[in-house]
Write a new protein. Structure first.
Length: 303
């Protein structure tokens, strides 16, 4: 029985118990038993999560590497799937943990594993999904990562300003693989369509080339700086921090993955006190010269 079917069954049981409760309102023993039974089913109903929607995205292609709806060049398919899957793993890990190393394994990247589960018709589609995800939270996170990546790809074909805004929602470590993905599609003069959740984008070959050029022109730089100001606190659940410089600038961001929970608890003893913060600043510069800044807290000490 699926989770939605279980909820429907429990709901019908609650309605039936309510009906029986009305009929037995004059019987204190029966009423007490029915009330206890209802409380038990109500608790079970509350604990039953909704059905997990399988994280899913479909990549549609047309043009030189595609033979109508009959087939797709095998090498092109392999070349285009590889960087896309890497993007997804990077974004998923970044959303869950806040930071992804430039190389090496990503934390919990196995939770973002995707399968080729279908070849939808239209142009020629490659359906990538996680058909048996038993973790509701992980499935939601992965679905969100797929939507965010789809939005970034669509914005890259649109305008510098929209692209810059979309970049704020993904990890800077996504950029190299995004460039690789668009390079494969662009160099093969292919049409690209993507469906993730309710979001759909359609990019003719010339727009794919525009997207590739815009992504290729974006640069990422990092620097570590000492900031003097007032520490405004950190949260262990979201792994985020706030810090107000003496200049009045408020810096918000993630705590570095290398900082452990004990260290963060020690940091919180400095909340609202003068402090010196060691911060990694990640600067993404788009083609038009616009800059987006990300911050990661590496360490904190009293002034």
């Amino acid at each position: 029985m699926s989770q939605s079917q279980t909820k429907a069954f429990l709901s019908s049981q609650l309605l039936e118990l309510d009906r029986l409760g009305q009929l037995s309102s004059g019987d204190p023993i029966m009423s007490a038993a029915l009330k206890k039974r209802r409380e038990s089913i109500q608790l079970e109903f509350a604990k039953t999560p909704p059905d997990v929607q399988a994280p899913r995205t479909v990549l549609f292609f047309a043009g030189e590497p595609v033979m109508g709806s009959r087939g797709i060049d095998a090498k092109f398919a392999a070349d285009v799937i590889a960087p896309f899957v890497e993007m997804v793993k990077t974004q998923y890990s970044a959303q869950k943990h806040g930071r992804v190393g430039a190389r090496g394994p990503r934390k919990d990247e196995s939770e973002a594993r995707l399968f080729l589960t279908g070849l939808p018709r239209g142009s020629f589609g490659l359906e990538l999904s996680q058909p048996q995800s038993g973790d509701f939270i992980a499935a939601e996170e992965l679905s969100d990562a797929l939507v965010r990546l789809t939005e970034v790809i669509g914005s890259a074909a649109d305008a510098d300003e929209r692209f810059a805004v979309s970049l704020d929602r993904v990890s800077p470590r996504v950029l190299p693989k995004l460039k690789d993905f668009l390079s494969v599609v662009s160099s093969n003069k292919a049409y690209l369509g993507i469906e993730s959740g309710t979001l759909k984008i359609k990019l003719p070959a010339e727009q794919v080339t525009v997207a590739f050029e815009r992504v290729g022109a974006a640069k990422t730089n990092e620097r570590e700086t000492d900031a003097i100001g007032t520490f405004r606190g950190a949260t262990l659940d979201s792994w985020r921090f706030d810090f107000k410089r003496d200049t009045g600038e408020l810096i918000s961001g993630r705590i570095d993955d290398g900082v452990d929970e004990t260290a963060v608890e020690a940091m919180n003893t400095l909340t609202n006190k003068p402090s010196r913060a060691l911060i990694r600043e990640i600067i993404i510069t788009t083609r038009d010269g616009g800059e987006r800044h990300r911050y990661e807290l590496l360490g904190l000490a009293p002034v």
